[in-house]
Every structure is written in structure tokens, then in C-alpha cells.
Design a protein. Structure first.
Length: 252
């Protein structure tokens, strides 16, 4: 496509190379190279849209390559993404595709994603949700994730979901006092949860998710995996619904 547009700039070279000869820059004299460069420069100055066209093509090729690389990452890490044995599972547990969310309680975009994910699950009805605790925004994030994971160990999945939602709505700084207030308000065993927060089991789960994120080249939140597709960043429910349809169509 680029050579098609640049063809007028190369016409003058027929006097140098002949119409049937391939263009060989290495075979040119310095004078011929200078003449060629001047012709190309003149053409590009007169037709700058060619440069934009070339950049767009390069970006499209890079996007295709990155999407394929992400698919390969999802495939290589599928067991840990979809069935790690410890992450909370919601939505439709028997759904035909799975949405995995890497999230941080202190992340503003994670909070914005809450109603979008809820709408996606409501509208589709056939999506399984897996939440990955991925605290990357400092000590407060780590403290919140430890509290959530410890709640799951002590009180089970339903209690985890309640604490998960409460932490995403919580606007203050997490501390033993504020976390105890949350668990007390939900009627949970605050002492047992706070004691479990620094257990090896909680630490190992968070570290395993961090290692998985490293392999998946995930460095920000929210990050999603929907079926075979990596979705890096915040998306609306409508966007995710379209991707879900595309994933199903691809899977046949």
C-alpha cells in the first residue's frame, strides 16, 4: 500500500536502474542515492498523508501481534486463571465462559467497574466470574486484600463477597479499627478474621496471584480475562458483552 503511493517518487529511478531492474540501494552510487532520497523526500512533503497511513498500518499490525501474544498467555496459564482452587467464584458457576478480574480495593477504576461487571453478569447470565486479589497500590491495598482473603478462609464465600463489596465502597483508610468495624457490621467473627490476616495461607494466595500476574504481563488494575481474550483496563458492560459474543463465535 505504501509502495503504491510512493510509486511516483520512484519513476525517476527508471532512468538509473531501468524499468525491469529491482531497486537495489546498495548498488547505487552516492549520487544516485542522493537523487533517490531527494525524490522520496519531495513526494512525502507533497503527500504527508502517506506517513499517517504507514503509521496506522504499523499500529494495526502491532495490535494484532499483541492480541495474539495475549491469547497465548491466556492459553499457557489457563489452569491458574480459571481454576486455581482458591479464588472466589461468582456469576454463573456453570457459565460457558469465564471472566477473571484482577483487582485492587484502592483502585478507582476497579470501583467504576463494579456496576459494569454486575450489568454484564445480569445481561448475559451465562458468565462465570473469578476474582483475583491483586493489591498493587501500597500497604493499604495489601491490608484490604489480606482482610478479604482471611474472611473467605474463616467465614466462607458468602462472607467474602460481603466484605469484598464493602471494601470497594469504603472511602477511608483501612486499619484494624476500620476493618473490625466492617466485619462487626456484617456479623462476622472479627477476632478470627484479623488473626488469620497474616497467616501463611493468606500470604501464599496473594503471592501466587502476583506471580500469575507477572507471567501474564499484568501491571495495572482492573485487568480482565474474558474467555480467550485479555482485556487490559476498564471496559463498559456493553463492550464486554460484545467481546463475550465474539469469544463464543470463535469457539463455535
Amino acid at each position: 500500500m505504501i509502495l503504491r503511493h510512493a510509486a511516483p517518487a520512484l519513476l525517476g529511478l527508471s532512468l538509473i536502474t531501468g524499468p525491469a531492474q529491482a531497486l537495489d540501494l546498495n548498488a547505487m552510487t552516492e549520487a544516485e542515492k542522493q537523487q533517490f532520497g531527494e525524490q522520496v523526500r519531495e513526494y512525502l512533503l507533497e503527500n504527508p498523508e502517506v506517513i499517517i497511513e504507514a503509521i496506522n498500518i504499523l499500529e494495526q499490525r502491532n495490535a494484532v501481534a499483541e492480541a495474539q501474544a495475549d491469547k497465548e498467555l491466556v492459553s499457557a496459564n489457563a489452569d491458574e486463571l480459571f481454576n486455581d482452587g482458591y479464588s472466589w467464584v461468582g456469576g454463573n458457576p456453570d457459565g460457558d465462559i469465564t471472566l477473571v478480574e484482577f483487582m485492587d480495593y484502592r483502585c478507582g477504576y476497579c470501583r467504576r467497574a463494579v456496576p459494569e461487571v454486575a450489568e454484564l453478569l445480569s445481561e448475559d447470565g451465562n458468565i462465570r466470574l473469578v476474582i483475583k486479589e491483586f493489591p498493587i497500590l501500597g500497604d493499604a491495598s495489601v491490608l484490604s486484600s489480606r482482610f478479604a482473603v482471611a474472611t473467605k478462609h474463616v467465614a466462607g464465600d458468602d462472607a467474602y463477597k460481603q466484605v469484598h463489596d464493602a471494601l470497594l465502597e469504603f472511602g477511608g483508610e483501612p486499619s484494624e479499627v476500620t476493618l473490625r468495624r466492617i466485619s462487626d457490621g456484617l456479623g462476622l467473627d472479627s477476632n478470627a478474621i484479623l488473626e488469620a490476616m497474616n497467616s501463611d495461607q493468606v500470604t501464599n494466595e496473594i503471592n501466587q496471584t502476583r506471580e500469575l500476574a507477572r507471567r501474564m504481563q499484568i501491571s495495572g488494575t482492573p485487568s480482565f480475562v474474558l474467555g480467550t481474550e485479555m482485556l487490559r483496563g476498564y471496559l463498559t458492560a456493553d463492550q464486554m458483552l460484545q467481546i463475550a459474543d465474539a469469544v463464543r463465535a470463535e469457539q463455535g
